[in-house]
Each structure stands twice: as C-alpha cells, then as structure tokens.
Design a protein around this ligand. Structure first.
Ligand SMILES: NC(=O)c1ccc[n+]([C@@H]2O[C@H](COP(=O)([O-])OP(=O)(O)OC[C@H]3O[C@@H](n4cnc5c(N)ncnc54)[C@H](O)[C@@H]3O)[C@@H](O)[C@H]2O)c1
Length: 429
C-alpha cells in the first residue's frame, strides 16, 4: 500500500481549506502536515482541523521555503497577485504544487513560473476545477469520441448572479484591478477560457477581440439619495437591489466566507456584531456605486483559431440567476447544455429521419456551482485533488489534468483579450 501524499497549506483561506478537506475524507491518500499563513487565527484554525502542532505553523510561504522541505507538496491558496512570488521559492525548495487560478496575473509572471516549474522539475497543477466537473468532463469525452465531428464554433456564456457580482467583483476582493492584480476576465473567466482551450485539445487561437465595460456600477451611475454605506446614510436602501442589508443580513449565510471573514476573531458573531461590522469597517457594507470599483461588469470575447474555427465567451454580471451555458457546433452534430442544471443534449445530423437529426439528453443529476465544502464547482474541487494525488503517485492522470504548460493558452488568451478590449484592436496570440 502506498503512503499518503503529504502537503502543507500555503494561504489557509477559503479555497485552500476546501482542497485540504480531501485529507479528512481520504487519510490514506493525503495528509496535511502544516500551514503557512501570516494570519494567526487562520493558522490556528487549520492546525485544529488537521491536528498538527505549532511547530508546523509558519508565518508565510517565504518563511516555509527557508526551512528544509517538510512535505511532498503545498496547496497554494494565496491571493491572485501572490501566486508567482509565493510559488517560486517553494518550487525551488522541492515542493510539488496545487496552485489556485489564476496562476499568474500577467504574461511575464506566467513565463517565469513556467520556467521555474520546468527548471526544478516539479509538478504544478492549476485549480481549473471546472475541467473536473462531471458536466464538462463528460462533454470532453463526447468530443474526443468524434461523434459531433470537428468543432466549427463554440459559444460559452457565464451569467454571474447579482449577489456574486456584488460580493466578489464590486465590493469584494476582485472589484479593483489595481489592488488585486486581476481584471474580471482573469479572476472570473479564466476557467471558461481554459475550458475553451481544453475542449479544442491544443489547437491554439491566433486572434482575439474583446469588448466590455462597467455598465452598471460606474460612480457616474450612482442613484440620487444613495449614501456611502447602506446601513448608515442611504435614503434608497429599502428599494435598492444591492442593499448590504438585503444581501448579508437578510441572508447571513450567503457568501458568508467572504462577507464575515473580518469577524473571524469572534467565535460566534451575533447578528448585532454583523450589523455593526457592515456599518463600520466591513468592505461589504459599502455602497456598490462608491467602492472604488474599476473592473468591467460584462465582457465579450471572440476567438479565431488556427484551424479556422471560432469561439465566443460572454460574461454578464448582475444576472438574477447564475448560469453557465455551452453550445458546441461540429461538422456532424452539436452539444448544448447548462452547467448549473448538469444537463446537456447531443444532436447528430441524421438525414433519413423526419426531423433531420437525432437527439439525446443526458441528465447527470448533480447541481452545478455549489459553494458547499464538498460540492463546489459541480463536484470538481475534490476530484481535482484526487487527480493531484494520482499524479504525484506517478499514476495515469485523468483527462481533466491541468498541468501548468497546458493551462497557459487560456491565461494568454485572457491577457490578449484584455489588451484588445483596452485598445479597441484585434490582438494576435
Ligand atoms: N478555483 C476556483 O474556482 C476559485 C474560486 C474562488 C477563488 N479562487 C482563487 O483562490 C485564491 C484564494 O482565494 P480565497 O478567497 O481563498 O483567499 P483568502 O484571502 O481567503 O486566502 C488567502 C490567504 O493567503 C494568506 N496569505 C497572504 N500572504 C501570504 C503569504 N506570503 N504566505 C502564505 N499565505 C499568505 C492570507 O492571510 C489568507 O489567509 C485566489 O487566487 C482566488 O482567485 C479560485
């Protein structure tokens, strides 16, 4: 029997703890030995979950990298702009790595990380968890079987719900590009761009065009009577769709891991603590038109591939319901589905039949983008960790495997799309 892969959590935030939770269910496969995080509350929390002592707690990725190698791998769940800086010393120290997306926030960083991974011969898997969601993995298998022929065009849409948009991309950590280092397309849609590249099986895009803007939350759109904080000085709060009271007090569990992380020092924050926090220093208590929002709220990308096929990706933030749609048209048929319903349909050209095509609907019977500990991203989160363990054990990786080299095209397409959007030009890849 093989020994479990050992790992250290680097950045013990929301995401890294989800991946690390795999060790609790599968102690024979993965064992968490320690944590590196500047936040003492998070270090203590991780230690209590995984049962290691203070001697296995480090104040940062850099401090961990100064010590002799203590485990096979690290799970790097630091924030976007820290990924490369925290990863390089750890790769040099000898750790393999499960690294959150986006794995780099610009092209220069991306190439530096790629070079370091090659040079150190370490395995780096990127958390493009949607590749592992059974919905997309199934579609990939159908494409590989050749039943719909060669792909002519792919249409992907991502509708970001109004409450997700507000908590992450307006008030939250990804609302200001200068502060977080990632534009909306990178922070939210590097998954979708990665799916396009993966489904195209290595055929690269040669040109990218893109349009998008902050249609709804530019400060110039601030309604008369709106204040700076919803619970303090706003006269339109009662009728506002983005009221912090409606989002976070009336639904205290919705996105709680983002909204209430500033109360992590309290064991059981009361509703009064939460109201007080939204009234004072909680970033989620701010008016959505007054929080230094610099990213787009909708963006369209058009890709032209080297084989002459095309693809579009439309991200629209502020939808009533979150939904990812996909429609792939091939030379022999098509695949069309809704990730959040985990249902897709395969149609094939059938000349003898009355309708002219056959139709098969597949219901995978699982939800889509759940944010629970085990079911996130349609089940993709923990399937990714399972594959990571397999790869480190030298076993055959799954078809979803997200090595750093093959995750590159999607990131590059995002960087080019942003250049195209900002300059109003078509960019080569
Ligand atoms: N794969 C996905 O679908 C998905 C979904 C959401 C977020 N993410 C990505 O996951 C990443 C983490 O997001 P999160 O919400 O969990 O973040 P978070 O802010 O909750 O956690 C980041 C942690 O890193 C720690 N940290 C800061 N500097 C550090 C250092 N030098 N060394 C070690 N730790 C350090 C922070 O103290 C914090 O605890 C982000 O890059 C985000 O874009 C991915």
């Amino acid at each position: 029997m093989q020994k479990p892969i050992t790992a250290i959590i680097v950045g013990a935030g929301h995401r890294a703890l989800i991946y690390a939770s795999y060790a609790l269910e599968h102690p024979d496969e993965l064992k968490i030995l320690g944590v590196a995080d500047p936040d003492p509350i998070r270090r203590k929390h991780a230690a209590s979950i995984f049962g290691f002592g203070e001697d296995c707690c480090f104040e940062s990725a850099e401090a961990l990298a100064e010590k002799p190698q203590l485990a096979d791998a690290v799970i790097n769940g630091t924030m976007d702009s820290q990924h490369v800086a925290t990863s390089i010393p750890l790769l040099r120290r000898g750790y393999h790595m499960l690294l959150e997306k986006p794995f780099a926030v610009n092209e220069e960083e991306m190439r530096l990380l790629l070079e370091t991974a090659k040079e150190t011969d370490r395995k780096v898997m990127i958390c493009h968890v949607l590749r592992y969601a059974p919905f997309y993995a199934d579609i990939k298998r159908r494409l590989l079987s050749g039943e719909i022929g060669d792909i002519i065009n792919m249409q992907l849409t991502e509708h970001v719900s109004y409450h997700h948009l507000a908590v992450s991309y307006i008030r939250g950590k990804w609302g200001n590009e200068e502060a977080c280092g990632a534009p909306m397309l990178l922070a939210k849609c590097c998954h979708d761009m990665d799916l396009i590249m993966w489904l195209k099986s290595g055929i690269a895009p040669r040109q990218v065009a893109s349009f998008g803007s902050d249609f709804q939350f530019d400060p110039s759109k601030k309604p008369a009577g709106a204040g700076k904080r919803c619970l303090v000085d706003c006269s339109i709060e009662e009728n506002c769709l983005y009221s912090a009271k409606k989002h976070y007090i009336d639904h205290p569990d919705r996105w709680s891991f983002y909204v209430w992380d500033c109360l992590e020092n309290l064991e059981n924050p009361t509703i009064e603590d939460k109201i007080q926090s939204l009234k004072t220093d909680n970033i989620h208590g701010r008016c959505v038109w007054d929080c230094n929002h610099t990213v787009v709220d909708h963006q369209s990308v058009m890709l032209n591939f080297e084989d002459g096929s095309t693809a579009t990706l439309n991200m629209i933030g502020g939808a009533s319901k979150a939904e990812r749609n996909i429609h792939i048209l091939g030379t022999k048929g098509e695949i069309k589905g809704v990730f959040d319903d985990s249902i897709y349909t395969v149609r094939k050209i059938d000349t003898p039949s009355e309708k002219g095509y056959t139709e098969e609907t597949v219901d995978l019977g699982i939800g889509g983008d759940k944010s629970g500990m085990t079911g996130s991203h349609g089940g993709g989160d923990l399937l990714l960790v399972e594959d990571f363990v397999r790869v480190l054990r030298g076993q055959e990786p799954s078809i979803s495997c997200t090595g750093i080299q093959d995750s590159m095209l999607g990131h590059l397409a995002v960087f080019r799309a942003e250049e195209a959007r900002k300059t109003g030009s078509v960019r080569p890849l």
